[in-house]
Design a protein around this ligand. Structure first.
Ligand SMILES: CC(=O)SCCNC(=O)CCNC(=O)[C@H](O)C(C)(C)COP(=O)(O)OP(=O)(O)OC[C@H]1O[C@@H](n2cnc3c(N)ncnc32)[C@H](O)[C@@H]1OP(=O)(O)O
Ligand SMILES: CC(C)C(=O)C(=O)O
Length: 509
């Protein structure tokens, strides 16, 4: 049996049926172009009878996106099929995808049709679509809850009418892998003419089994898998294309099945779909979630640093991510901590490392995630603490909407108190200028940022900034803490100036 599995992407049709999602023509076109780069075989661009906007979107995609099959969905009504054809006909490979439900529950309550009427309607729709194009797909909606004998009769009738792909959807995400595989095998062995068509599956994720069911189906002989990027779609969504593809790829030791997907485009595609649909990706989502390649605990981080494959079954680069991510937090160990220090340019001896690590653990108990700036501060302010040439003694600020911001700063140098005043573009600028007047150095502020480190109105603010001498590139980081943002800024600036002076005096820079 052929080992090529065709990937049918329905992000723009079933995916767009996610509550709250509505894509305009240009957004759909942008996603379709990216899907083509990703290498999907078929793009289901929409359901053209639904609205003028959807019709235009499908038509634009068919006209603009080359080298891929473009499908339009249609009920078995001839008007739907005519509209679908109008929309897709300019595609390199146009496909009409027509469907009707085959389960008794849908026949009785929704369609109010008999089995014979459904059978006839399905075959007539395929015959009608065949007048337009050789490539016609038929879907038996709610197939997994349909009577199997009837399902086989419908399949036989639509293949006889010319369907080239027959889809067996698990519309309500009800089936399980072993049962679904059995349904596919039964249809493939009992349906006359089945070898003339590609057997397709379309799984929903109501029980979280969409990808597992799709995998079971291809192992049973199906050769087209329908799904959506990020698993979006009606209710709990569709099978996630990136998960299905990476399952086949990662387990090629076990399954010799291939797709035409260029996996390196996965991450980019996922990001684009998330951005344009407004549907966030849960952090622990397989393959594309923020945490999919992140390691937080010490034992795991140690393993990954020694050999990535200890805890990573996929190389993040394979899906277009540049590197895996060691998140430093309270579960991290010394190996990960030392590795980040080296990345930041610090080489500590064992005693320094132990001291810094203890401070890091202490901070991690209070903060969820430790940023690089926190580590720099631990090393520079506590491990490699430089002597303070100057210390902030007092600060007076005059500022408001109608006055020129002015700062008066008092700095202690040994026993001496030195005072200067300066005006600035804002109070922080005025503080920096007053400090410069005292120290005699002329510095520029390269970065300035504030973090609240406690909660409430009297929260402690932590200012982190970087300065450089006006004619030089080298940056010095300073940090200051206070309930007053301006005082924290002054403390941070003086802290950075002290480091600069220390390095200059000791010829370190
Ligand atoms: C499983 C799936 O994902 S199927 C695709 C679901 N996608 C959508 O529904 C896309 C958005 N839908 C729409 O814009 C609208 O529902 C339309 C334009 C398609 C139809 O709108 P309306 O004509 O107002 O019908 P409405 O949606 O209220 O009801 C659906 C009708 O189609 C019938 N129908 C449902 N499926 C089919 C089918 N495959 N073939 C023929 N008729 C069908 C229903 O029985 C019902 O018929 P009735 O009016 O005689 O009772
Ligand atoms: C139209 C069909 C393929 C569908 O979306 C479903 O059954 O879920």
């Amino acid at each position: 049996m052929n080992n090529r599995v065709y990937i049918f992407d329905t992000t723009l049709r079933d995916g767009e049926q996610s509550p709250g999602v509505s894509l305009n023509v240009s957004e759909k076109l942008e996603i379709a172009r990216q899907l083509a780069r990703l290498g999907v075989d078929i793009i289901e661009a929409g359901f053209p009878i639904t609205s003028q906007g959807d019709f235009e979107a499908v038509k634009n995609i068919a006209r603009e996106v080359r080298g891929v099959t473009v499908a339009g969905l249609a009920r078995t009504n001839f008007a739907d099929i005519d509209r679908a054809w109008e929309a897709v006909k300019q595609a390199d490979q146009p496909r009409i995808h027509t469907f009707i439900a085959t389960s008794d529950i849908h026949l009785k309550h929704k369609l109010r049709m008999s089995r014979e009427q459904v059978l006839e309607s399905a075959a007539a729709a395929v015959r009608h679509a065949k007048k337009y194009t050789a490539d016609v797909e038929f879907s038996a909606e709610d197939a997994s809850r349909s009577d199997l004998d009837f399902l086989c009769r419908v399949m036989e009738a639509v293949i006889e009418a010319g369907a080239t792909t027959v889809n067996i959807p698990d519309t309500v995400g009800y089936t399980t892998p072993d049962e679904y595989a059995e349904i596919i095998r039964t249809i493939m062995s009992r349906t006359k003419g089945i070898e003339k068509a590609v057997v397709s599956v379309h799984c929903h994720d109501d029980l979280g089994l969409a990808v597992a069911n799709s995998l079971a189906a291809v192992l049973a002989g199906a050769r087209q898998v329908e799904g959506a990027i990020n698993g979006i779609g009606e209710r709990a969504g569709n099978a996630s294309i990136e998960e299905f593809v990476m399952a086949l790829y990662t387990r090629r030791d076990r399954y010799s099945l291939e797709t035409g997907i260029n996996a390196e485009e996965i991450y980019r595609t996922s990001k684009l779909v998330s951005k344009l649909t407004g549907m966030d990706i849960q952090p622990n989502k397989a393959v594309v979630g923020k945490n999919a390649f992140a390691h937080e605990s010490g034992i795991h981080q140690d393993g990954v640093l020694k050999e990535r494959t200890t805890y990573e079954i996929m190389n993040p680069a394979m899906v277009g991510l540049s590197h895996s991510n060691l998140v430093l937090g309270k579960h991290s160990g010394r190996h990960a901590f030392r590795s980040r220090l080296v990345e930041l340019g610090f080489v500590l001896n064992d005693a320094e490392l132990n001291k810094a690590f203890a401070r890091f653990k202490d901070l991690a108990d209070r903060k969820k995630e430790i940023a690089d700036q926190d580590i720099e501060a631990i090393v520079e302010n506590e491990i490699r603490k430089v002597p303070a040439t100057y210390e902030l003694s007092y600060l007076h600020i005059s500022s408001g909407t109608t006055v020129v911001p002015t700062a008066t700063v008092g700095l202690a140098r040994g026993e001496e108190i030195l005072e200067e005043a300066a005006c600035g573009n804002g109070p922080v600028d005025a503080i920096c200028k007053a400090v410069d007047k005292i120290t005699g150095y002329s510095c520029r502020l390269a970065t300035w940022g504030i973090n609240a480190i406690t909660a409430g109105k009297d929260a402690l603010g932590e200012v982190t900034l970087r300065i450089a001498e006006n004619n030089r590139e080298k940056l010095y980081m300073g940090r200051g803490i206070s309930t007053d943002v301006l005082e924290a800024s002054a403390r941070a600036y003086v802290n950075a100036v002290n480091k600069m002076i220390y390095e200059k005096n000791n010829h370190i820079d």
